[in-house]
Ligand binder design. Structure first.
Ligand SMILES: [Ca+2]
Ligand SMILES: [Ca+2]
Ligand SMILES: [Ca+2]
Length: 395
């Protein structure tokens, strides 16, 4: 049984009208949601909710997060958006992810037949383009971590909260291990990526997350991106502390109108120490320092922290999906423009990225009203006593 406090269809969470100063351009104070996921309530997800808590040894700055809690009320009843993840696979049994999986309705699993006639046998939840089979086992945990940032169950009472409450995750396996450095490139080839990209588009993915890089500039992936302006492609900027104006990094550096290149920021609205950057060629920054998310269960670890532009890219993919879940008729160009326009121009990222740090609430306002919320950063909530007055979950 669900609580009747907030109606029959709405799970129990803390939904409040803002009692703060600041607020939206309309002059009203925004409502917000604080979900019941333990990592969120324990302030282990600074990227979603930064009250200045320390992360590792670094104290945060209040409000240096993606400003998501004010966007969740609108996104709660959104239309699910399909997000493809070109990555290392996905741990399907993860209890915080198994509610967000895409399923190929026209394919029957395990019968050895290509029921939907797309040339791939038993592609129920995605495809392994590396080995050309349906085995999506995530051996390194990278894909599962990225997936959790985007689409872990929000307010399901377990683990972490993902960015977007209404999402379907489509894992497409294109690598299986880390490369020679921290990068993931050079362990597979163009053919895998191109086939995976084709598959994603064919299945209706609107956002394609690419938390990898390091392929040659001669790759045909660039031409593919340019040919698909109806899709938002999100790319990690890479983890070498390079200026991409001087050291291009592909596929992030391919010119493309609906691509977003993402740098990693820390909990103080500064660039993360190893993040690549670029005043012109890196679009936006998002949290990428000590990010808690789902892991693949290896050695009994189901959650853990990772840092990098891979994580940052996932926040932006989740944000793009959230905007689309609220405004399904928007174009990819409009989604990209809203994300860039809504970003907070924080001093610590000046000259490092084009737009600033991701602000989902402001991006949503920008998409709907053509104007972001300028002063949202100042409208953070403070609670006296216990910061989380969470309603207990009734099942
Ligand atoms: Ca098939
Ligand atoms: Ca089948
Ligand atoms: Ca959860």
């Amino acid at each position: 049984m669900r609580s009747t406090l907030l109606g029959l269809l709405v799970p129990t969470f803390l939904l409040l009208d803002g009692g703060c100063t600041g607020g939206g351009s309309s002059g009203t104070t925004p409502s917000f949601i604080l979900p019941d996921d333990p990592a969120f309530t324990n302030l282990e997800q600074w990227g979603l909710y930064n009250l200045g808590q320390d992360v590792g040894v670094v104290d945060g700055i209040i409000g240096s997060d993606i400003r998501i809690i004010y966007a969740w009320p609108d996104a709660w009843s959104g239309k699910p958006v399909l997000v493809a993840l070109l990555d290392s696979g996905l741990f399907f049994e993860h209890p915080d992810l198994n509610g967000s999986l895409w399923e190929n309705q026209d394919e029957q699993a395990g019968n050895g037949l290509d029921d939907d006639g797309n040339g791939l046998i038993d592609d129920l939840h995605g495809w392994n383009f590396l080995e050309n089979n349906a085995d999506l086992t995530d051996r390194v945990g990278h894909g599962t971590h990225v997936a959790g940032i985007i689409g872990a169950g929000v307010n399901n009472g377990i683990g972490i909260a993902g960015v977007v409450p209404r999402v379907r995750l489509l894992p497409l396996k294109v690598f299986d291990r880390y490369g020679s450095s921290e990068e993931l490139g050079a362990v597979t080839d163009d053919a895998h990526y191109l086939r995976a990209l084709h598959y994603a588009i064919e299945m209706g993915a609107r956002v394609i997350n690419n938390s990898w890089g390091g392929i040659p500039s001669s790759s045909q992936v660039g031409a593919f991106l340019d040919d698909h302006p109806e899709t938002v492609f999100v790319f990690a900027a890479g983890n070498r502390n390079h200026d991409l104006e001087a050291f291009p990094y592909y596929p992030a550096s391919f010119p493309c109108k609906t691509c977003l290149v993402v740098a990693a920021g820390n909990n103080r609205d500064e660039l993360w120490s190893l993040s690549n950057y670029g005043a012109v060629s890196v679009d936006i920054a998002a949290p990428g320092y000590e990010i808690r998310s789902t892991l693949s269960g290896v050695e009994g670890r189901y959650y853990g922290e990772l840092s990098g532009t891979s994580q940052a890219a996932a926040f932006v993919s989740g944000a793009a999906a959230l905007l689309w879940s609220v405004q399904p008729t928007a174009t990819a160009a409009e989604i990209c423009a809203a994300l860039l326009e809504g970003a907070d121009r924080v001093p610590g990222l000046q000259g490092k990225v084009v737009a600033g740090r991701l602000n989902v609430t402001s991006a949503l306002h920008s998409l709907r009203d053509g104007a972001g919320i300028e002063d949202l950063a100042s409208s953070h909530f403070f609670f006296s006593g216990s910061p989380f007055l969470l309603l207990s979950r009734v099942r």
